[in-house]
Design a binder for this molecule. Structure first.
Ligand code: PFF
Length: 436
């Protein structure tokens, strides 16, 4: 099975759309705006930008180099470079497993809300959105929608790298951008929108540059750029040799930042215009936003469009961690792609059921989130940086970043310097601080 020529993404644009698809997800849509609004607004944006530059992009480049050079799944890639470092690949696979344990559930919620918006039942129900949400959470429906979401992901991944992942990203990502822009424009015309812009963009440098906020920005950069979890290693194993990885990483980061900001420019003006308080995460998306749509003409339509946006963003991210596992099972256990995708899907369903069941009263979604975001991602990212510049030969990163001396002839030095002396140290510092 693994003897077939390895698949690869088409041109430059495909690579950017696929990688940005992984990056842009719930992190950009429902976490970023709130963190930014609460932590210094536009000044936070600056901190986030710096985090992306200093931590996110170098770590992403390190992963790109490992994946593209070896053309293998996360475990196989590290093992091919050094047996002793193959645990880094396992750490990525474990991260992808754990994220599967809670991300699909949230994605499933938006699917239900999309369906209920399209049918109109979300707005014809007399119950408040708070009680609708808690009734929904307490029922068995979340796990049904979660499984449907996993199956949607399965379908795309099992079509393969080119016909599945690449094609889906090329359709979904442009659609996502169109929806974002349409919504941002629509919201701008709501009365009192200005207050929302003020909340989101008012500049508070003191808040933004406090140690806690900087840490949050770095964590957000990691999660949002999908680094530290074998994801970019796996995706870059499908890059062509002549891909300019520095420019790819910049483009992916720019798009992610753009979407994060657009999300804020949609959510806060809407929230303030409706006279509501900004909240975070699930209550923002499933309680506050429906409340706002209800007050608008064509409520069900706007609500459907919005939840479609969340679905698109989440789906292009779920296919990326599904692919980490599918590539791993397929290549390490010599399974056909279809069987490997099937195994991944079954495991994802089992994990989601575990999380949903709260077996033994444990909140697995918090546990999985904590372990991935605070332990596996930073450590995985840090050691990958250390690995590529300290363990590998000096020429490794240079050849990868310059495509054997044909591109980025000077720029590469900046990243090698950061990978050697800056990025791992900063990640280490955040990691320790977060644990304490
Ligand atoms: N970047 C995705 C988001 O912001 O929602 C989440 C994610 C996807 C994290 C894939 C890690 C990963 F490997």
């Amino acid at each position: 099975m693994s003897e077939q020529p390895r698949a690869s993404f088409g041109g430059k644009l495909s690579v950017i759309l696929v990688a940005a698809g992984s990056a842009i997800g719930l992190g950009a849509l429902w976490r970023f705006p709130y963190i930014a609004g609460e932590n210094g607004g536009a000044a936070f944006l600056l901190v986030f930008l710096l985090s992306v530059l200093v931590v996110g992009i170098p770590a992403m480049l390190a992963e790109f180099a490992v994946g593209r050079h070896t053309k293998k799944n996360a475990v196989g890639a590290f093992r091919a470079l050094s047996k002793r470092w193959s645990w880094l690949g396992y750490s990525g696979v474990l991260g992808a497993l754990l994220i599967s344990g809670y991300y699909y559930l949230i994605a499933g919620w938006s699917l239900e809300y999309f369906v209920n918006s399209v049918t109109g039942s979300l707005y014809s129900d007399a119950a408040s959105f708070t009680s609708q949400f808690s009734e929904f959470e307490g029922s068995w429906r979340p796990i049904i929608y979660c499984v449907i979401f996993i199956l949607m992901t399965h379908l795309i991944v099992s079509f393969g790298v080119e016909k599945g992942i690449e094609r889906a990203s090329k359709i979904m990502m442009p659609l996502l951008f169109i929806i974002l822009i349409v919504m941002a424009v629509r919201v701008a015309f709501m009365p009192g929108a200005a207050k929302g812009y003020e909340f989101f963009l008012s500049c508070d440098f003191e808040k933004a540059f406090s140690p806690d906020t900087i840490m949050m920005a770095m964590g957000q950069a990691f999660f949002s750029l999908s680094v530290g979890m074998g994801c970019m290693v796996t995706y870059s194993s499908y890059f062509k040799k002549n891909n300019n990885m520095i420019s790819t990483s910049f483009n992916v980061s720019l798009l992610t930042i753009l979407v994060s900001v657009l999300a804020g420019l949609i959510i806060f003006p809407a929230v303030f215009s409706a006279g509501l308080e900004p909240t975070e995460g699930s209550s923002l998306v499933f309680i506050t936003l429906p409340e706002i749509f209800k007050g608008m003409p064509l409520a069900a339509l706007w609500s459907s469009i919005f939840f479609l946006l969340v679905i698109l963003a989440a789906l292009t991210s779920t296919i990326s961690f599904h692919e980490v596992l599918t590539a791993y099972f397929s290549e390490e256990f010599k399974l056909s792609r279809k069987s490997a995708a099937f195994v991944t899907t079954v495991v994802s369903i089992l994990l989601s059921v575990l999380t949903f069941s709260k077996l033994f009263g444990v909140d697995y979604s918090n546990v999985f989130d904590f372990v991935t975001a605070n332990i596996l991602m930073p450590l995985g990212g840090m050691f990958t940086c250390i690995f590529v510049v300290w363990y590998m030969k000096k020429s490794f990163m240079k050849d990868e970043l310059t495509n054997e001396g044909t591109a980025n002839r000077y720029l590469y030095k900046v990243f090698i310097f950061m990978l050697r002396y800056v990025t791992p140290l900063i990640i280490f510092y955040i990691f320790i601080k977060n644990l304490i």
